[in-house]
Ligand binder design. Structure first.
Ligand code: FMN
Length: 191
């Protein structure tokens, strides 16, 4: 309780601005959600999960072609709202958060499409906030996902390095996350 109060400050309009953390995850087969669950065991944070508006799609069908088409459209026209698949509406009071940690899968070397939609809609509101990125992939390196995050949150103050957890490492996610939080000097006040 004391920590929460101590982490809040009175802003210009005398409204309390709190140094809280928001964990945002999107997951198709469960790995990123398991990572987010392990993360919120380590830190004090609010949590939201992004859900595609269209339900029941198998993004892995036909050799991952549906997922591939979705990220392909974004790659072609990243500035057009029409390129991003619809997600269920999410309303975030950004004034409450100083830190956002994103847990997302990699799709064809990019950030999974629905998480890109969330950041396309909200990234500008995340300017000046500390941003942590945790990416799960089968084997591909995560630099393309980091590029997507930086494009979609142009004013973000990114923790470095990001954390890469391969699907095969999902059972060690808890200890990898604990090590990562130490490595990035995650703000103790927000814990
Ligand atoms: C459409 C699609 C494309 C993918 N592309 C890649 C890829 O290029 N490289 C890779 O290593 N893994 C790829 N994967 C595997 C996922 O990144 C990996 O299984 C991840 O752990 C899934 O996270 P999730 O369970 O939260 O959905 C892909 C998965 C899907 C569904």
């Amino acid at each position: 309780m004391w920590k929460t109060v101590a982490a809040c400050a009175l802003g210009l309009g005398m409204t309390a601005v709190c140094a809280k953390t928001l964990v945002v995850s999107y997951s198709f087969t469960g790995n990123a959600d398991r990572i987010a669950a392990a993360l919120v065991k380590e830190i004090k944070a609010d949590q939201i999960k992004i859900e595609p508006a269209q339900k029941g799609i198998d993004y892995a069908a036909n050799n991952y072609s549906i997922g591939s088409d979705l990220v392909g459209e974004i790659r072609q026209k990243p500035d057009s709202e029409a390129s991003y698949p619809k997600i269920d509406p999410v309303k975030v009071d950004w004034s409450q958060y100083s830190t956002v940690i994103i847990a997302t899968p990699l799709w064809w070397s990019n950030m999974a499409a629905s998480m890109q939609t969330f950041l396309f809609e909200n990234g500008k509101d995340m300017s000046g906030k500390k941003i942590g990125l945790i990416v799960t992939s089968a084997s591909s390196g995560i630099s393309g996902v980091e590029r997507d995050a930086k494009r979609l949150i142009p004013g973000g103050d990114f923790y470095s390095p990001s954390l890469w957890i391969r699907s095969s490492q999902s059972s060690s996610a808890g200890s990898m996350i604990a090590d990562w939080l130490k490595r990035i000097h995650y703000d103790e006040a927000a814990k």
